[in-house]
Design a protein around this ligand. Structure first.
Ligand SMILES: [Zn+2]
Ligand SMILES: [Zn+2]
Length: 254
């Protein structure tokens, strides 16, 4: 799936200025034909990132199949997941949350560099191609609260999930669940308080879309996993057959 440059902006031509219209047409054409600057290194790129920077997506050589945390032993699951199995069935991460991937994710989230979502979807597609056993009926992105959505103007998980769903030829159901309670930022809380903070944060708004379905949950970053745990528990309560997290970047366990 080559990343599209369709979201790259160019100056809109003025309606009453024929030179402006020509300039606009030329910009649109150049946009399609000429290499642009890679979002990370500034080098020539046909897509959002150049070929070299696409390689920054490095899957962990050994990760927990349940929560995608990097492991140092050849065990299928980490001790935490074995001791307290999460509500989700598996987690797949394209890469580790480390420089320079962290900068790219922050650029998408906090500087609205929306074309980066295409590059992340590309990484996830490559990652899923190595897991042919993964089966799914639909995708959802982790919902933001209405307040957070209004503040940011977009949901980065949906921006990543949209091109991924298109490439996988699966429906993206952004309307099937919602974040009903705004929670405190997880980073501000001790680990023990994070689960309580997330309780009741999500609701399924279209049960028929979820019941009996295999759901891929898309998000940008997985840190403690408590947000994804709360969402998976909610989806399972409403009859989801399986829940697999598909994450751009996973932080190592702390
Ligand atoms: Zn580059
Ligand atoms: Zn684990």
């Amino acid at each position: 799936m080559p990343p599209s440059r369709s979201q790259t902006t160019s100056a809109a031509p003025s309606r009453h200025d024929p030179h402006g219209t020509l300039r606009g047409l030329w910009a649109a054409l150049a946009n399609r034909l000429l290499p642009a600057a890679c979002a990370l290194c500034g080098g020539d790129a046909r897509g959002v990132l150049c070929t070299a920077c696409h390689r920054y997506a490095r899957p962990e050589p050994c990760a927990c199949e349940r929560c995608a945390a990097p492991l140092t032993t050849l065990s299928p699951q980490c001790g935490r997941c074995l001791a307290q199995p999460p509500a989700f069935d598996a987690s797949i991460a394209a890469t580790r949350y480390a420089p320079p991937v962290d900068l790219l994710i922050q650029a998408l989230k906090f500087r609205a560099q929306l074309p980066l979502a295409q590059a992340f979807a590309h990484w996830l597609l490559d990652t899923l191609a190595r897991r042919p056993q993964v089966r799914a009926d639909l995708l959802i992105g982790v919902p933001l609260s209405a307040e957070r959505l209004a503040e940011r103007g977009f949901n980065q998980a949906h921006e990543i999930a949209r091109p991924l769903a298109r490439a996988l030829r699966l429906p993206l159901r952004t309307d099937a669940c919602a974040r009903v309670r705004d929670t405190l930022p997880q980073s501000a809380l001790a680990l023990a308080d994070r689960r309580d903070n997330m309780r009741g944060a999500f609701a399924v708004t279209d049960r028929a879309a979820i019941a009996g379905k295999r759901v891929l949950v898309v998000d940008d970053v997985m840190t403690t996993g408590q947000t994804l745990e709360a969402l998976a528990a909610c989806l399972k309560r409403h009859g989801a057959l399986s829940v697999i997290n598909v994450i751009v970047a996973r932080t190592p366990l702390r």
